[in-house]
Design a protein around this ligand. Structure first.
Ligand code: ZN
Length: 246
């Protein structure tokens, strides 16, 4: 079991390193495969393979580019660490097939989180991957997938109405909520939205108190929905079992 966890962790580090490329290049419309090597966003120097080892290189270089000495964003090792931990959790909790779908979902959540933080938009591709992975996972688990599809459709309409009347939600959030409905089902989505709203409110109040934002600042909701989705995947059944007293 621990070997399994270590393998998924290392795989998560490697995939996380690739997700950094995706997160940096998609909003800038740079092709994913061209240039094929990673480069320093400050000086443009190509990064040698030994300076591109997930997590370790950041620590060895003390967070600075070897060529120009410019600080490397701590977002890079954070993406690698979060992906690795997310993959590892799946390896510990689910069977191999489940861990594989978990990895797809985690990778999409990490990408949309960091792109939403930077650009306040959620890429459709990551929402579609959550949707398809969610549907296939539920089909293979023998869950009533048609109920999940129905949930997704209902959540999509409700979120759209909420976005239309309140302006608090963006269209990316609406689509993501629909995909969450398919992945998590009704209870799971409810739990995810609860977690997202509570954590989102706490963070917003903290940022307001520290005067880092004001009432007009747009705070992306995607990262909180992503967190809620992940937590819900693991804990929503236990949460409702506790509520039901069983
Ligand atoms: Zn540099």
């Amino acid at each position: 079991m621990w070997l399994n966890a270590v393998i998924w962790f290392v795989l998560g580090l490697v995939v996380g390193s690739f997700l950094n490329v995706v997160i940096y290049r998609i909003p800038r419309k740079i092709k994913l495969h061209d240039p094929s090597r990673s480069f320093c966003p400050h000086c443009g120097a190509t990064i040698a393979w030994y300076d591109n080892i997930p997590l370790l290189s950041y620590l060895i270089l003390k967070g600075r580019c070897r060529n120009c000495g410019d600080p490397i964003s701590p977002g890079y090792p954070l993406v690698e660490l979060l992906t690795a931990l997310g993959f590892m959790a799946g390896g510990l909790v689910f069977d191999t097939l489940g861990a594989l779908f978990n990895a797809l979902v985690v990778a999409s959540l990490v990408v949309l989180t960091f792109i939403d933080l930077e650009t306040l938009t959620i890429p459709d591709t990551s929402v579609i991957i959550v949707l398809i992975a969610g549907l296939m996972w539920n089909v293979l688990k023998g869950e009533p997938w048609y109920l999940h599809l129905l949930t997704g459709a209902v959540v999509l309409v409700l979120a759209y109405l909420l976005a239309f009347f309140s302006k608090g939600l963006g269209m990316g959030d609406v689509k993501l909520l629909g995909a969450m409905g398919v992945l998590l089902g009704a209870y799971g989505t409810l739990f995810a939205v609860l977690v997202a709203s509570i954590v989102g409110s706490i963070v917003a109040l903290y940022l307001l108190a520290r005067k880092r934002v004001n009432m007009k600042t747009k705070i992306p909701f995607g990262p909180f929905l992503a967190l809620g989705t992940f937590v819900s995947l693991y804990l929503s059944e236990r949460f409702f079992a506790l509520l039901g007293g069983s």
